[in-house]
Design a protein around this ligand. Structure first.
Ligand code: FMN
Length: 332
């Protein structure tokens, strides 16, 4: 018997399992630590840009809230201005679409408040003006405004028009969404591809208002609009159908594909929807949700979808996208 086999026999099963798993997870941990948190990443521009996008998205969302609170987001605004100035100081690419969008958005914030005749803190206005002059970006962007009919006008159109017409909705009216419509949307999502057709996806529909509000409070990414959400869909994936460490991310991958189909399904049935990250829910609340919905330990919760009916008039965050040539590399 080889030394390796001998050592292998002497190590208890569970320990062996953890040792083998480290082979795979260690690489995940290493890469994530190096790049995701950004402290050690060699690419400071990418990190700064990521932070700029996350921060401007807070302002974008604030500008589209149904009851926009004039003067909102002071901390986020100062953070965004600081990030943009650092971005310039570090001589990053000032022609980047998202950097330009951030400055335009700050200008939009000032314009919107000017139109409302709301007196903003002069220090803030001055900082935005200085940044605007520094970057020579004087124009503003505009969040999208439309009415219910316009929003769903492509619900039956060609796929291209349909896909371009879907947005995250953060404004709902007080009218219950028919559960059957959600089930029909789920039927569409069931057509999503899955690894070897193993179909790990599971769907829980939360209808009880008190439970919904508790969960949304724990989720945290729905400030200003969570109280209007009518139903919450909890997406999970069963990890029992996967094998080996190489499939360790499949549950989330399958669930992500499923979520997109479900969002399209909801759009098709004219239900407004917003994805809600399941990343800030505490361990205790995760346990509570599992108990509430009867989610077995073998399933991972991937994300939530808040939904409701869309009001007559609404504002939508513009959330611009990278141009195709910025993210595609053809390797011939
Ligand atoms: C996994 C995931 C988590 C998200 N979490 C949130 C969230 O917590 N709160 C929120 O308002 N939007 C959330 N969103 C929505 C994104 O902000 C939105 O999809 C993005 O800005 C693009 O805009 P669009 O959906 O209108 O095209 C999430 C989206 C995804 C895919």
């Amino acid at each position: 018997m080889s030394v390796r086999n001998l050592v292998g026999r002497m190590i208890p099963g569970d320990l062996k399992y953890y040792m083998y798993s480290l082979n795979y997870y260690w690489e995940d941990i290493r890469r994530y630590k190096k790049y995701a948190n950004g402290y050690l990443s060699p690419n400071k521009e990418k990190i700064l840009l990521g932070k700029i996008i996350v921060t401007y998205h807070i302002i974008e969302k604030g500008l589209t809230m149904p009851d926009m609170r004039a003067g909102f987001g002071k901390d986020a605004l100062h953070t965004l201005i600081g990030l943009c100035n650092t971005y310039i100081d570090k001589q990053c690419n000032q022609q980047d679409d998202h950097f330009l969008h951030a400055v335009k958005l700050l200008n939009e914030y000032v314009r919107v408040h000017h139109d409302l005749q709301f007196a903003l803190d002069p220090v803030l206005v001055n900082k935005i003006k200085t940044l605007s002059e520094r970057t020579k970006v004087v124009d503003t962007c505009s969040q999208l405004g439309c009415d219910n009919d316009e929003y769903f006008k492509h619900a039956d159109s060609s796929f291209r028009d349909f896909a371009f017409s879907r947005h995250s909705i953060r404004n709902f009216i007080d009218k219950p969404v028919d559960r059957n419509l959600i089930l029909k949307a789920v039927e569409i999502a069931q057509k999503s591809p899955s690894s070897c057709n193993r179909q790990p996806n599971r769907v829980y529909i939360l209808e009880n208002k008190a439970n919904i509000q508790w969960l949304l409070e724990s989720q945290k990414g729905n400030r200003g609009f969570g109280q209007m959400i009518d139903k919450v869909i909890v997406l999970t994936a069963e990890i029992g159908v996967f094998n080996g460490f190489t499939e360790r991310n499949e549950a989330f991958l399958n669930s992500g594909m499923y979520a997109m189909s479900l969002l399209y399904g909801l759009h098709y049935y004219r239900i407004g929807a917003v994805s809600l990250a399941y990343v800030r829910v505490s361990k205790e609340d995760d346990k509570k949700l599992r108990a509430l919905c009867g989610i077995p330990d073998s399933e991972v919760v991937s994300m939530l979808i808040g939904c409701g009916h869309v009001p007559g008039k609404l504002s939508i965050a513009s959330s611009p996208r990278y141009k195709v040539d910025k993210i595609v590399k053809v390797v011939s």
